[in-house]
Design a protein around this ligand. Sequence first.
Ligand code: SF4
Ligand code: SF4
Length: 113
Amino acid sequence: MSLKGYGLLIDYEFCSGCHSCEVACKNERNIPLGKWGIKVETIGPWKAEGDRYEFNHIPCPTSLCNLCEERIAKGKKPSCVHHCLCQVMDYGPIDELAKKAAEKGSKVVMFLP
Ligand code: SF4
Ligand code: SF4
């Protein structure tokens, strides 16, 4: 199955930084120690405007991500999407994801392998 035109959408505003997506991906894809199919990076905290602080966890898929093509072929969701504890990850055709991202409006990233 070709996954051209499909991607991942991550609403990082509500990502807790739990790293479950990293672990789920490593287990699913047998990714060796020191490498990741998706890696959660933390930005901040630093002082932003006024009394506000900027602090985000942002999961970044890597070149080892194949969008879980074996799971998709069986009608399942990608492992990271399935195991995300905060349900902030989504998968699908990029036009649908782009629509959801536009509705969300901020703190959302789309990944196309
Ligand atoms: S879609 Fe699959 S391969 Fe890609 S980051 Fe998620 S678990 Fe890893
Ligand atoms: S599993 Fe979900 S909530 Fe946890 S770090 Fe990954 S994207 Fe964030």
